[in-house]
Design a binder for this molecule. Structure first.
Ligand code: GLV
Ligand code: GLV
Length: 321
């Protein structure tokens, strides 16, 4: 029997590669911190039955033109905005992702970023490390209350729901906006559906938890930011393109909102000279939402399982298209 050929676009966990190698001939871009160059991917994909890729790989029409044998694209992520899913579907290629296993880790990171931003924890730590701490002082590094405040969740998927549970533990009033109302979640989580405008006006913490699609591109721009309270904090752990960074820069600089916590950016990676880094009232992280050791191991397992199932003519665990 001919073994299917699979290409992995980055060095992933040895266990995952070993499992895939039982049934497939595996080639891999064997680098941890350098994405596969486009021309290397375009060349390798010609022979492949399966592609296991990351959110850093743009799988578009130009790449798929070469993918004449490809049956499956297994994305090592829940978000699949890096893949032209319509183009894949047109070619009969199954696209899969890794939801569920990263829900709690991503909700944890989102809440952590919220707390760090609200209580100025990075700034405080820097203050101490720079030797600027002179004395306890009534107004030194004072921030915003988390307990008892209002959270607004934009996008009530799995991660949004997991975030709501954390917010409930902190006595927060929880508003949400979603394309469709989720009445069962409203009952179970004690959350209230509101229009986006109301959410922006009333929330102390606006948390973006929606997938990145053409409809959510720049969903939060100057007009939306201007509705937020001057004491409000914006948290984005979803995708950078959902927020207009130029508009956010001005809102933060002019203090029309109080602060932002960002794990994602319009163009990643950002450089150390990124404009937002000039501002003290923004906490920025290098897209680590799902980055716990256990979660990343599970994501690799699911990505491999999705791939193996499709190549064995079985339905994958999670199919996107
Ligand atoms: C991470 O951002 C993911 O989509 O899994
Ligand atoms: C999105 O897919 C989510 O899990 O919230």
């Amino acid at each position: 029997m001919v073994r299917p050929k699979v290409y992995i676009t980055r060095k992933i966990q040895d266990e995952a590669v070993a499992r895939l190698s039982v049934t497939c001939d595996v080639s891999m871009w064997n680098e941890e911190n350098i994405p596969v160059p486009r021309e290397v991917l375009a060349e390798n994909i010609r022979e492949m039955d399966g592609l296991l890729c990351l959110l850093t790989d743009t799988i578009d029409e130009a790449i798929l033109t070469n993918a004449t044998k490809l049956k499956v694209i297994s994305n090592y992520a829940v978000g699949t905005n890096n893949i032209d899913t319509a183009a894949a579907t047109k070619r009969g290629i199954i696209v899969t992702n890794t939801p569920d296993v990263l829900t709690e880790a991503t909700a944890d990171l989102t809440f952590a970023l919220l707390m760090v931003t609200a209580r100025r924890i990075v700034e405080s730590s820097d203050h101490l490390r720079k030797g600027e701490w002179k004395t306890w002082s009534p107004l030194l590094l004072t921030g915003m209350d988390v307990y008892g405040s209002t959270m607004g969740i934009i996008g009530l998927g799995r991660i949004g729901g997991a975030l709501a549970k954390r917010a409930a533990g902190f006595g927060m009033k929880i508003l949400y906006h979603n394309r469709s109302r989720k009445t069962e979640a409203e009952r179970n989580l004690g959350i209230t559906y509101v229009e986006l405008e109301t959410l922006l006006k009333e929330s102390d913490f606006v948390c973006i938890m929606t997938p990145y699609t053409p409809e959510t591109h720049n969903l939060i721009g100057a007009a939306e930011l201007s509705l937020m309270k001057p004491t409000a904090v914006l948290i984005n752990t979803a995708r950078g393109g959902i927020v207009n960074e130029e508009a956010l820069y001005h809102a933060l600089k002019n203090r029309t909102i109080w602060a932002a916590g960002l794990d994602v950016f319009e163009k990643e990676p950002i450089s150390a000279s990124h404009k937002l880094l000039e501002l003290p009232n923004v906490v920025m992280l290098p897209h680590i939402g799902s980055a716990s050791i256990n979660t990343r191991n599970k994501m690799a397992e699911i990505a491999v399982e999705n791939m193996s199932r499709v190549l064995a003519n079985q339905p994958p665990l999670y199919q996107v298209n």
